[in-house]
Design a protein around this ligand. Sequence first.
Ligand code: MLT
Length: 246
Amino acid sequence: MTAVLLIHGFPFDHLLWRHQLAALSRWRCIAPDLPGAGTSPGFDSPDAYSMSSYATFLVGILDQLKVRQAVICGLSMGGYIAFELLRRFPERVRAAILCNTKAAADSPEAKRGRDALAAKAQDEGARAVAAELVPKVIARATRERQPDVVKEVTEMIARQPVPGIVGALRALRERPDSTPLLAAIRVPVLVVAGDDDQIAPAAGMQELARTIPGARFALVPDAGHVAPLEQPITVSSALSDFLAKL
Ligand code: MLT
């Protein structure tokens, strides 16, 4: 049975994929909490957080489960980790699904934003991080029509451990530019974008799909940056169509 490794983004946990875990039961879905997120213990020190150490952690899970190859499906930071897996462990990747993500590294301004958010997390806690991020990660349509999703995303962020948030922000600010990798990807790829994603805009994701040889592109209407929770049926069917054709 094909294994699908679902990699959540920042600052979320594996429940970001809760609808897909139910909808994709034909496949062997593996959805861990990354170190420092959800119920996973964090790395020992803030300096240990990087896309590379998250990728090594995930390969350790595949090893433990004796999974030789998986379809990797990453959202946003999960996508940055997927790029790392494609760079360092291509033999472990059967195919890739890149949701709400981008290939470029942080600009100097974005890095300053990471530092400011880390300071806020340390001074005011995870709920303050939720207050700052929720308006950015949720589509206008979700805000207007789906208050439960707004609440779910707020609570998910608010329960994340502060050391894991601070460590992830370090990993995000230091992540490499993955643009040079794109044209060299040789596995089937699906790119999934939300039409109202402020963090990974759909136009950029369409360009990402054009740059990866043979990649397919799916645009999810009325979705922001957390499309799998905002429009679960559309996202799950895009994923299952892609998986069924592998
Ligand atoms: C995420 O969802 O993982 C983050 O939005 C990534 C980022 O801020 O670059």
